[in-house]
Design a protein around this ligand. Structure first.
Ligand code: ADP
Ligand code: TYD
Length: 207
């Protein structure tokens, strides 16, 4: 067990923006340097949270109200944090997560009515922790939607909300970045290697 807590990094952005690709590239780079790291994702990551994930990402767009979604995402996050993220950070591992609480702030907080206050209250009550560093991959929703739907993963419930929903999400993430110094925006229209270079320039000084 290391005495120093690990660095907690989140990747955020609209569906199909290239987060998972960058999380994978960063994990490879850290491991190549002999760094101990944990790669994870939300919704999911831990056993219990992966069960909740299935309820959230499959089915029709109107399956849950925005309020019910906030509760389910927060329940999944609490399990993820307790059972996976906090123990890894305490052991000195770098934790890289594909989405965290900023996704709830943007997806549930600002896109279907103004529920940001509810999201913030639940976060304060149940989650508390923020990442040390958040990377927002910014991309035109037209490009991202084509990439995302092309995957055909059966987990397209949020993509199925449509293009104007994705445009609201993009604006929501950019507004969040303006307000939060821990958030850094990277241009997602570049090649994967170019994006990875920008990511590394932000992360390497903090390791
Ligand atoms: P997300 O995790 O944000 O949904 P992914 O990393 O899964 O995004 O990428 C969505 C799709 O776009 C995948 O098919 C992936 O291979 C492709 N992709 C990822 N990054 C890029 C990029 N920089 N340029 C072109 N295609 C990309
Ligand atoms: P994810 O698997 O990251 O989707 P993608 O690879 O398409 O970006 O996340 C599944 C969906 O869940 C995604 O559309 C975003 C949504 N989501 C929320 O609405 N709120 C949240 O708090 C989180 C973590 C995800």
């Amino acid at each position: 067990m290391s005495g120093t807590p690990g660095l907690f990094i989140s990747f955020e952005g609209i569906d199909g923006s290239g987060k998972s690709t960058q999380v994978g590239l960063l994990e490879d780079r850290l491991r190549a340097q002999g760094q101990s790291c944990l790669r994870t994702r939300e919704p999911g990551g831990s056993l219990g949270a992966e069960e909740i994930r299935r309820l959230l990402v499959e089915g029709t767009p109107d399956r849950w109200s925005a309020e019910t979604e906030i509760l389910l995402f927060t329940a999944a996050r609490r399990d993820h944090l307790e059972t996976l993220i906090e123990p890894a950070l305490a052991a000195g591992q770098t934790v890289i997560t594909d989405r965290f609480a900023d996704s709830t702030r943007v997806y549930q907080g600002a896109t279907r009515g103004d529920l940001r206050g509810t999201v913030d209250q639940l976060h304060t009550l149940m989650i508390k922790r923020e990442p040390d560093l958040t990377i927002i991959i910014d991309i035109d929703p037209n490009v991202a939607l084509t990439r995302g739907l092309a995957r055909g993963s059966g987990e397209d419930r949020f993509e199925d909300f449509g293009l104007s929903f994705q445009e609201k999400l993009r604006a929501g993430f950019l507004a969040l970045a303006e307000a939060e110094p821990r958030c850094h925006v990277i241009n997602g229209a570049q090649t994967p290697d170019e994006i990875a270079k920008d990511v590394w320039a932000l992360i390497s000084p903090r390791l």
